[in-house]
Design a protein around this ligand. Structure first.
Ligand SMILES: *Cc1c(COP(=O)(O)O)cnc(C)c1O
Length: 228
């Protein structure tokens, strides 16, 4: 079995290689290590090996990890479906919430953030699968318009989960769609909506995501091994 440090080195190497193939600066691609279901001690080990950004998908688990690891300078990301009544559990500590997909949630985050600012991404359902969270692409402009009215939100980009398929062309199409939506909506120049980030790419598809412009990868399995 490979050690955590070896997994991290291998992933970082392959991120660099994919960036080089795509003619991109690897420094512009942030690795968010998804630590859901992984014990705090393993996260501590990953931090010691050099990782700084960690993502969780459940509010309660994030709160527990923050308590256990409060002595480390970790930047926490929230990447899961967020119920409105759980917002207070993730703010603080989440530096970035990747999964805002409805106006009610954006409003709740805005109220909680006041008088400061909270960075968010809008999660888009780029595959049309009913089971997935994320806003439909056609509804994205209206959600961004609504966010522009909320003074304590900064919309730093878009997030998507690629389709669960071995068909690379379908995966690539989903990531391209996210990038096209970003380009289209960034051109609208809404206040506090720089839309500079594309959070896309997981263990199975991060190389395609890099080729399609990802600036944040969310990777769990390739670093910590398979979850139970
Ligand atoms: C679990 C999860 C990931 C990481 O998936 P891996 O396949 O383990 O890399 C990324 N994003 C979200 C939203 C997740 O829930």
């Amino acid at each position: 079995m490979e050690t955590l440090a070896e997994n991290i080195q291998r992933i970082q190497g392959s991120i660099h290689a994919a960036a080089a193939r795509a003619g991109r600066d690897p420094a512009a691609i942030e690795l968010v290590t998804v630590s859901k279901t992984v014990g705090a001690e393993r996260v501590r080990e990953a931090f010691a090996a050099g990782l700084r950004h960690f993502g969780e998908n459940r509010a309660q688990e994030l709160a527990a990890k923050v308590r256990a690891l409060g002595d480390l300078a970790i930047e926490w990301h929230f990447v899961g479906h967020l119920q409105t009544n759980k917002v207070r559990q993730v703010m603080p500590p989440a530096r970035l919430i990747h999964s805002v997909d409805r106006v009610g949630l954006a409003e709740k985050i805005d109220r909680r953030a006041a008088p400061g600012q909270q960075s968010i991404l809008i999660q888009v359902n780029t595959t049309g699968e009913e089971s997935k969270s994320g806003i439909a692409p056609g509804e994205l402009p209206a959600l961004l318009d609504a966010c522009a009215e909320l003074p304590h939100l900064t919309v730093d980009g878009l997030m998507t989960i690629g389709p669960l398929t071995g068909d690379a062309a379908l995966i690539r199409a989903a990531f391209r769609r996210l990038r096209a939506l970003r380009d289209q909506e960034a051109a609208r120049g809404r206040p506090r909506a720089p839309l500079k980030h594309l959070s896309m790419g997981m263990t199975g598809d991060y190389e395609i995501a890099i080729e399609e412009g990802a600036t944040m990868l969310r990777i769990g399995t390739a670093i910590f091994g398979a979850r139970n």
